[in-house]
Design a binder for this molecule. Sequence first.
Ligand SMILES: NC(=O)c1ccc[n+]([C@@H]2O[C@H](COP(=O)([O-])OP(=O)(O)OC[C@H]3O[C@@H](n4cnc5c(N)ncnc54)[C@H](O)[C@@H]3O)[C@@H](O)[C@H]2O)c1
Length: 450
Amino acid sequence: MNRNIVCIGAGYIGGPTMAVIAKMNPDRKVVVVDINASRIEAWNSPDFALPIYEPGLVDVVKEVRGRNLFFSTDIAAAVRECDIVFVGVNTPTKTFGRGAGMASDLQYWEATAREIKGYAEGDKIVIEKSTLPVRTAAAMEAILNDHAAHRFTVLSNPEFLAEGTAIRDLLEPDRVLIGGPQDEAGLAAIEEAVAIYATWVPRERILTTNVWSAELTKLAANAFLAQRVSSINAIAGLCEATGADVDEVARVIGADKRIGPKFLKAGPGFGGSCFKKDVLNLVYLCESFGLHTAAEYWHGVVKMNEHQQERIVSRLVREMFNTVANKRIALFGFAFKSDTGDTRETPAGAVARLLAEEHARLAITDPKALPNARRDLADLQDVVFEPDEYKAAEGADAIVLMTDWRHYPALDWRRLYDVMRKPALVFDTRNCLDAAALRAIGFRVLNIGK
Ligand SMILES: NC(=O)c1ccc[n+]([C@@H]2O[C@H](COP(=O)([O-])OP(=O)(O)OC[C@H]3O[C@@H](n4cnc5c(N)ncnc54)[C@H](O)[C@@H]3O)[C@@H](O)[C@H]2O)c1
């Protein structure tokens, strides 16, 4: 068995993860492959115009690309040459047939399993990096080892990085999780995978479990994080109704060591490709095992999230004299969080669509996500995309701050006020602006949970 690594899937997970693995394992060749040729071309671009934006990613890629990190569309050759195969393909929510809207769509993933089997010329360790329903490894192993000339051992190594802090999370992970079969071959394969991470991650942070625990842990971890966001947002509505301040409530709740302060920030709700998909996947799993009350419990987390975006729009419309028709509304930020250009499941998308239903005219600005925003909202009529915040605000009746980009509080808010129509409203859905200073300029200010 050689030490080379291939990763199938050059997306938000495959690219950054393999760049860091290559950086920390200079003696291993790491090849990232994808069926999407333009994505691979972007990873290979001479001027490092990478297909995704992540702080610090370019520096790592500059250091290792061409040294021991390679991007390619030649899946067959890469699989032949590497004995350790990571699978980081997408596993979106199924949009058709049984489990539509809930279960994972495993077609890309199954195609990958068949590719690996077709191209392999020796034994392989296959490592699931994608987030998958529990017991997927069993299905993968069944496909791979059925009438196979070689032996395939399937491990689960779910990724816990968060977009926007991916490189830091990869370099200093809270934990790395590797699940594998508890037989001799499985335990040996787990050790091979541990060795990849042990070059930089302290051994006590590399946790090993059986495969099913690893697969389920990833879904459970995301469900717990999403649940905290929905919990504080559920309290935010009550704060608005009662005169309490959600930031004060969160500060005091979080001071309890049993609860802790992180992930207690009220806002427009969670977004990104993972939380909703993974919670719904958990709901589907609970349902399929007859655990209906557990399914309903977790489903509430997603419903609460969607409700938060509806609540933002209802409140905005109410505050704008019950109509936003023909009013210009500037959305500041479209990415689902700062430091990423990713707009998958972004709350700003839901808010934009709800406002479009009310016949608002939209101006959308974002420092990294405008190309994705343009694609996501291509079917909407009255919307402009404007990289310059001051131009986006020109003639606007309201600014709705959707993403907590760090430079937004530092904008010249007096200048923004001057170019807007009066009365000028700011709805700060991230509670990151200085509301008192904005009021002193003349703005009407709305916050989440206040
Ligand atoms: N994005 C995150 O922050 C994050 C975090 C943890 C886990 N995950 C999980 O990682 C997985 C991948 O997520 P992502 O955000 O990187 O998705 P992505 O869509 O950005 O990337 C997936 C890539 O796989 C490629 N692909 C699909 N089928 C293929 C095939 N048969 N052969 C070769 N390439 C193929 C696609 O072209 C695409 O470029 C998902 O299961 C996701 O839940 C993502």
